[in-house]
Design a protein around this ligand. Structure first.
Ligand code: SAM
Ligand code: DTB
Ligand code: SF4
Length: 344
């Protein structure tokens, strides 16, 4: 397979054929594709911060922050700019390259809170990290203001296939999501969009999600693949455990369909063994979230993550400029660098 061509005209059948390849063939092709586009494997370290937590009016069945469910998440108002700035500066010192702020909002509303978020974006951009936000639905004018404040990327996930979407969320539809992605794209902000596996969806739904993402033109620059974190009190608390090899298959297929995009091994890493995580990197994942928490749920220990990357000989990606998430200006640092506080 020639992975040097970037295509947005994938058919569902073509994607199905790739997804269903024997796993080792799939991973082998994906790793080859990765190396043709990116060269030696490197991993971008990102960190999440929930700047406004809980009480969300949406009913996303996976989400502990929805006001529709009774979970252990405590509601918290929008953080102050100075608090966010302090956390971002520490993340930068810990070797993080991209900082993503999430708010449990259905949509962004103009006013003091949005102005505060714009200030947060300026403060994080000043650290030299890429800045991402995930704030729910967005208008074109809000996207424009975020771009002017220095936002690198906006995360808004399609989550699953259009066919399965209604089983998971009833308070907004697929077209709303695509509209927000359009507003982000028009403002010149890079697009981060992916989904979740392990919500009871079929292989066909996973293929359907990949089809939606891979036929966006241009592709999202960043594609997070999350494995459901089952949270008590949500409708999906008892969802059946998904085989981590499905995650590997999903990542490898995404890598082949969208060869220049960053594929992010996102939520759910706490339920992966080191070996399964290694296979995800083999499959072409080139980013992880580090730090004690994702938004509200626990993430692997930072030192364990740095030790894992060290033991795999995987370098963290560093860039001179935060201008483009897939710039060739990426430079490589030795993962054993003391500034990363790596284990042995
Ligand atoms: N409210 C905004 C929105 O939905 O766009 C931003 C925050 S929302 C928590 C960001 C993404 O996190 C969701 O789109 C979903 O893909 C992911 N997510 C939320 N809860 C999750 C869970 N329990 N397991 C895995 N991913 C989850
Ligand atoms: C994404 O796709 N995954 C991240 C990020 N984008 C915002 C969020 C994962 C959230 C997991 C559940 C939680 O911690 O609340
Ligand atoms: Fe709200 Fe986002 Fe959670 Fe859905 S995923 S309930 S929109 S915070």
């Amino acid at each position: 397979m020639n992975n040097t061509t970037i295509r947005s005209d994938w058919t569902r059948r073509e994607i199905e054929n790739i997804y269903n390849l024997p796993l080792l063939d799939l991973v082998f092709d994906a790793q080859g594709g990765y190396r043709r586009h990116f060269g030696a494997p490197e991993v971008q370290l990102c960190q999440l911060l929930s700047i406004k937590t809980g009480g969300c009016p949406e009913d996303c069945a996976y989400c502990p922050q929805s006001a529709h469910y009774s979970t252990a998440v405590k509601r918290e108002d929008l953080m102050s700019v100075s608090e966010v700035k302090g956390i971002a500066e520490q993340a930068r010192a810990d070797g993080v390259e991209r900082f993503c702020m999430g708010a449990a909002w259905r949509e962004v509303k103009d006013g003091e809170e949005f102005d505060r978020v714009l200030e947060m974006v300026r403060a994080v951009a000043a650290t030299g990290m890429e800045v991402c936000c995930t704030l729910g639905m967005l208008t074109e004018s809000q996207a424009q203001q975020l771009a002017e404040a220095g936002l690198t990327a906006y995360n808004h996930n399609l989550d699953t296939s259009p066919e399965y979407y209604g089983e998971i969320i009833s308070t907004r539809n697929y077209a709303d999501r695509l509209k927000t992605l359009g507003a982000v794209r028009s403002a010149g902000i890079s697009v981060c969009s992916g989904g979740i596996i392990g919500m009871g969806e079929s292989d066909g739904d996973r293929i359907g999600l990949l089809h939606q993402l891979a036929t966006l033109s241009p592709h999202p620059e960043s594609v997070p693949i999350n494995m459901l974190v089952r949270v008590e009190g949500t409708p999906l608390e008892d969802a059946e455990t998904i085989d981590p090899l499905v995650l590997v298959r999903m990542i490898a297929t995404a890598r082949l369909l969208m060869p220049a995009s960053r594929v992010r091994l996102s939520a759910g890493r706490r339920s992966l063994t080191r070996e399964a995580a290694a296979l995800c990197f083999m499959a072409g994942a080139n980013s992880i979230f580090v730090g004690e928490k994702l938004l509200t749920t626990p993430n692997p220990d930072r030192d364990d993550d740095y030790a894992l990357l060290g033991s795999l000989g995987l370098k963290r990606e560093r860039r001179e400029s935060k201008a483009s998430p897939i710039s060739t200006a990426a430079v490589t640092a030795d993962i054993s660098s003391p500034i990363l506080k790596l284990g042995d």
